[in-house]
Design a binder for this molecule. Structure first.
Ligand code: HEC
Length: 254
């Protein structure tokens, strides 16, 4: 094999290993946004994660649980131990039984799971006109389109076309399967004021909550990508070495 052929094969292999930059729309027509965490070296934007958490806890948390997260996981977002203790202590959780056999409430600790808004699925449905607000721990991974889908739901509300009648509690949404959703538009401009001074627009909230929920569904993404990249670099170096070895072994054969 000539050096040119070899270089070409290496190039082709590398290109194959890199994920194609496919257009990642949600499949329901919502446009793909630019996300810092896409691509082979993409990482989460810590400021966006913290803003997304604010949106979650001020808005979405009154209906949607995040059962797989504990308060201490918030360290990933850049919060200090003291900040996490303070955040957790704002929530009251059930504990017990105590020595008298009674259950009691206490402030949450960093090791506690995120407090769920409803005691069970029935209570959640009863409070929401019979519709169930799904747990959001894995939502960003479970839905086609991921972050784009969540962004799409947040920004996809519009008036229903004339030939479509909605029942009470139903809304038209471009990103929802079948275009009907039983969640009133949860976000609007100015609803959450950000501590870091970022302007509170619907677009911004939608980007931030989608980033936060992607992290919630895939908190180890960054480590996974680092390992992948290391493996790729190793393979490249290894192929060069093996090429050298092959030349050496065969040099006397002709
Ligand atoms: C008042 C209660 C309520 C609030 C607040 C709320 N939701 Fe919902 N949400 C629901 C209900 C109920 C559904 C189920 C709708 C359906 O099945 O048609 C839902 C569905 C969804 C879906 C679609 C789920 C799927 O199965 O694909 C997404 C995404 C979503 N919510 C995100 C959010 C986000 C993000 C927030 C915060 C910004 C939020 N919701 C706030 C009640 C709520």
């Amino acid at each position: 094999m000539s050096i040119r052929k070899f270089a070409f094969s290496l190039f082709a292999l590398t290109a194959l290993a890199l994920p194609a930059h496919a257009k990642e729309g949600g499949g329901h027509g919502e446009a793909a946004q630019h996300w810092s965490f896409k691509g082979m070296t993409g990482t989460y934007d810590r400021a966006a994660l913290q803003r997304g958490f604010e949106v979650y806890r001020q808005v979405c948390a009154s209906c949607h649980s995040l059962n797989l997260l504990s308060y201490r996981n918030l360290a990933d977002l850049g919060y200090s131990e003291d900040q996490i203790k303070a955040i957790a202590s704002e929530y009251a959780v059930m504990d017990g039984p105590n020595d008298e056999g009674e259950m009691f409430e206490r402030p949450a600790r960093p090791s506690d799971r995120f407090k769920a808004p409803f005691a069970n699925k029935k209570a959640a449905m009863y409070a929401n006109n019979g519709a169930y607000p799904p747990d959001m721990s894995l939502l960003a991974k479970a839905r086609h389109g991921g972050a784009d889908y969540i962004y799409g739901i947040m920004t996809g509300y519009a008036d229903a076309p004339e030939n479509m009648t909605l029942m009470q509690g139903q809304y038209w949404n471009a990103a929802m399967h079948g275009n009907i959703i039983a969640m009133s538009p949860p976000l609007s401009d100015g609803m959450v004021s950000y501590e870091d001074g970022t302007e509170g627009t619907l677009h911004q909230y939608a980007m931030d909550i989608a980033t936060f929920l992607t992290w919630a569904a895939e908190p180890h993404m960054e480590a996974r990508k680092r390992t992948g990249l290391k493996a790729l670099i190793f393979l490249l170096v290894f192929s060069f070495i093996m090429y050298g070895v092959k030349k050496r072994v065969w040099q006397d054969a002709h």
